[in-house]
Write a protein that binds this ligand. Structure first.
Ligand SMILES: Nc1ncnc2c1ncn2[C@@H]1O[C@H](COP(=O)(O)OP(=O)(O)OP(=O)(O)O)[C@@H](O)[C@H]1O
Ligand SMILES: [Mg+2]
Length: 347
């Protein structure tokens, strides 16, 4: 053990409304190595749109996911996201870091539509080595309540509250090592989950906008049941299958349109609020919904831009047995966020 060495492993814990996912990454070698993954389903409605409705069930699912991933320690990295988190790139007069810290609360008041008393702020100077009169700063604001409720979930599961990251940053980390090309120009990372689709826009690798829309595999499944008269299990199989069935046409059309509009709106907001060019050059999808057969093609046709289903295992070293009995192709796209969380080296 190196005295001043990095902590060896980081555990990324993604508490989704459909699945609790754990990824464990060993950082002791030159290259990070994925050593274990676990995916545990969560009972319906235990979490609805990010809000924990049944803390006991969620705590149990977290514990069983950690046990399945052989995690013995109590430190995990989690993240918050959704509409109570705001990311904004701003230009301010160039000052030293310490002074920037003092300015940030005032700046946040101008840019963040939350009550400043109930908000946690963080920021990063994006161009510290430039010497222009202005500097570019990435401002992050999260409602304190959101962070506190996340910490409560962890404590309920017997964990020690540690680092709470922001979803958009964790996704960015996973993309950075697997898709270096996604760090160029304006791209959208679209995480299509069970309840929520998370749209993140990167400008030259900087996450500058994050938006959530309430569409996910749950809505697709419910539509299939209602409109096509098929069972929940059958619907789930179609959504997780490899072949596009004609049953999926109507739902891909309608729900795909909602996702496409969400991406368009995010890009339009960007155009109106920043100096950045706003044409999205490429879209990368992840999350369980990214696997819906035909959805990527529909988005590509509709938005006239390339859409790629992203795989967080592309450039990652993977220890034998890390995925255990899981089928890599079936879970890879679900692991983007937990892997991004575990990429964080906790000192
Ligand atoms: N291999 C798989 N195993 C289980 N579910 C899968 C699989 N592939 C796709 N799915 C679908 O993806 C959904 C879960 O996706 P994901 O893990 O991205 O959502 P989540 O993070 O739980 O939800 P949210 O982010 O909206 O809270 C499942 O509900 C299911 O419909
Ligand atoms: Mg999710």
């Amino acid at each position: 053990m190196a005295l001043f060495g990095r902590k060896k492993t980081t555990v990324g814990l993604d508490i989704g409304s459909g699945l609790v996912k754990v990824a464990v990454i060993d950082h002791s070698k030159k290259q990070p190595e994925l050593i274990k993954v676990a995916v545990v389903p969560l009972l319906a409605d235990a979490i609805v749109e990010g809000e924990v409705m049944d803390p006991g069930i969620v705590a149990e699912a977290i514990q069983s996911a950690l046990a399945a991933a052989d995690v013995k320690g109590k430190h995990v990295v989690t993240a918050v996201g959704g509409r109570d988190v705001i990311i904004k790139r701003i230009q301010i007069e160039r000052v030293k870091e310490q002074q920037a810290r003092e300015l940030m609360r005032w700046e946040a008041e101008q840019h963040v539509p939350f009550d400043m008393e109930s908000v946690e702020l963080d920021f990063q100077i994006l161009d510290p080595d430039d010497d222009g009169v202005e500097m570019s700063v990435l401002l992050v604001a999260a409602k304190r309540e959101l962070i506190e409720s996340k910490l409560r979930v962890l404590t309920d599961a017997g964990l020690e509250p540690g680092l709470v990251d922001v979803d958009a940053f964790a996704l960015h980390n996973a993309f950075e090592i697997n898709y270096p090309d996604a760090m160029k120009g304006i791209v959208a990372l679209v995480n299509i989950g069970h309840d929520v689709t998370n749209i993140n826009i990167l400008d030259d690798g900087v996450p500058i906008l994050t938006r959530d829309i309430t569409v996910g595999t749950r809505r697709f499944r419910e539509d299939l049941q209602r409109e096509q008269g098929i069972s929940a299990d059958e619907a789930q199989q179609l959504l997780q299958g490899y072949d596009r069935s004609a049953h999926l046409d109507a739902v891909i059309e309608s729900r795909g349109e909602e996702i496409a509009v969400g991406i368009e709106r995010a890009a339009a907001f960007l155009a109106s609020s920043s100096r950045a060019a706003s044409t999205v050059r490429a879209i990368y999808t992840c999350g369980g919904g990214a696997r819906i057969p035909g959805l990527s093609d529909a988005l590509a046709d509709r938005l006239r831009v390339s859409v790629q289903q992203a795989n967080p295992l592309t450039n990652l070293n993977i220890r034998d047995g890390a995925l255990d009995s899981l089928v890599t192709d079936e879970v890879a796209s679900l692991l983007m966020l937990p892997i991004g969380l575990a990429m964080r080296q906790v000192a």
